[in-house]
Design a protein around this ligand. Structure first.
Ligand SMILES: Nc1nc2c(ncn2[C@@H]2O[C@H](COP(=O)(O)OP(=O)(O)OP(=O)(O)O)[C@@H](O)[C@H]2O)c(=O)[nH]1
Ligand SMILES: [Mg+2]
Length: 344
């Protein structure tokens, strides 16, 4: 996908097209009951984003405090702000996209000269980047819904599936896990461990088996026992190898055959890889129609600004956020909460 055009006028440049909308049938059939992660797990508390994204908060806190101490808003203020955003991994296109309209508001005397007002306006604009995006996790009630998890190795696909399986089972909904990563025996074992913990059944193939046949078997099994959802793991070997993308396309095709229906293709990205994640994302979105992003490892050393870049440059909604390794450490992405956690 080409980067968005350089901003030329006072208006913010248009967002790139969002992920293709799902057919109306899917949207209508979406469960009324929301996921309510992780309240579904007895005695689990929703982790507070603010408490988990410590490193990212620190990156914003010091430069923002020094901007607040400035007497007025001038070019040097903007330079300090630009530097802070770039250091926090927001990326150049998104930084410009955010700052250009603010510069223009300043020039039009619509911003006043209090640096606090500048930061408040930035916060609002950053939150507004996410307006109108479809963050729901879709299911279709008449078929076996399949959520396919894709992404390079080590990003957290298997862990995210394990966390979601825990939520689904705790919420009283049956779910089958498909060990579509047949590349390593350990991958299937890792999924089986999550299956044991969550009580979800895992369908595995032999090592080296065709991943799409494993996913197919899992769908057949889920349909036979009336489980409405299959979470399908896939291998994360090097994305530069074309055959991984071909394999994923095939898995997707097979999973979409009745009684299965792919209602989510979730691209799992590791937040600590920052801007590299964007390059990965482009390759996956080209191969399989990604419906949303799961951004993992926002706890720890992640810089956080990549959240804004994913939305602004890829046009993909972030649907879930990983804040740790345990089952309750997965939350729905809430833009206001997240931007507030970074900026306030
Ligand atoms: N801190 C933290 N660690 C995480 C998070 N999500 C996953 N991890 C850890 O990241 C490591 C890799 O996770 P996996 O789920 O195995 O990643 P994967 O994408 O399945 O990797 P492959 O199977 O090799 O493709 C594990 O040690 C996980 O515990 C998260 O949100 N925060
Ligand atoms: Mg895995």
């Amino acid at each position: 996908m080409a980067p968005p055009p350089e901003p030329a006028s006072t208006a913010a440049p248009p967002l790139p097209p969002a992920a293709p909308p799902l057919p109306p049938a899917v949207v209508e059939a979406e469960l009324e009951e929301e996921l309510h992660l992780p309240e579904a797990i007895p005695e689990a508390k929703r982790p507070r984003v603010r408490e988990r994204v410590g490193r990212a908060r620190e990156l914003f806190a010091a430069p923002f405090a020094s901007i607040r101490r400035r007497a007025k808003i001038d070019e040097a203020t903007f330079e300090a702000l630009e530097e802070a955003l770039l250091l926090a991994d927001v990326g150049l296109p998104t930084t410009e996209r955010l700052l250009t309209p603010l510069r223009e508001r300043l020039a039009a005397k619509a911003l006043g000269d209090d640096p606090d007002a500048l930061l408040e306006a930035l916060k609002q604009d950053a939150t507004a980047l996410f307006a109108g995006e479809d963050r729901a996790l879709h299911r279709e009630s008449d078929t076996t819904s399949v959520w396919l998890f894709v992404g390079v190795n080590g990003v957290g696909k298997t862990t995210t599936i394990g966390k979601l399986a825990t939520f689904e089972k705790a919420a009283g909904r049956d779910v089958v896990l498909a060990a579509g990563d047949t590349f390593r025996a350990a991958a299937g074992e890792q999924l089986e461990l999550w299956g044991e913990r969550s009580g979800a059944e895992v369908v595995r193939g032999t090592e080296g088996a065709d991943p799409s046949s494993v996913v197919f078997d899992a769908i057949q099994h889920a349909a036979a026992k009336g489980a409405p959802l299959v979470l399908a793991d896939t291998a994360g070997r090097l994305h530069t190898k074309v055959n991984l993308m071909e394999e994923l396309r095939k898995v997707r095709r097979v999973a979409d055959r009745p009684p299965g229906k792919v209602t989510e293709v979730l691209l799992v990205l590791d937040a600590t890889t920052g801007q590299n994640g964007l390059a990965q994302a482009r390759q996956f979105t080209e191969a399989v129609a990604v419906t949303g992003v799961v951004l993992t490892k926002l706890d720890g050393s992640a810089k956080g600004g990549v959240v804004l870049a994913i939305r602004s440059e890829l046009g993909l909604p972030i649907k879930l956020v990983g804040l740790g390794e345990g089952a309750p450490d997965l939350v729905e992405f809430d833009p206001e909460e997240f931007v507030g956690a970074l900026f306030d």
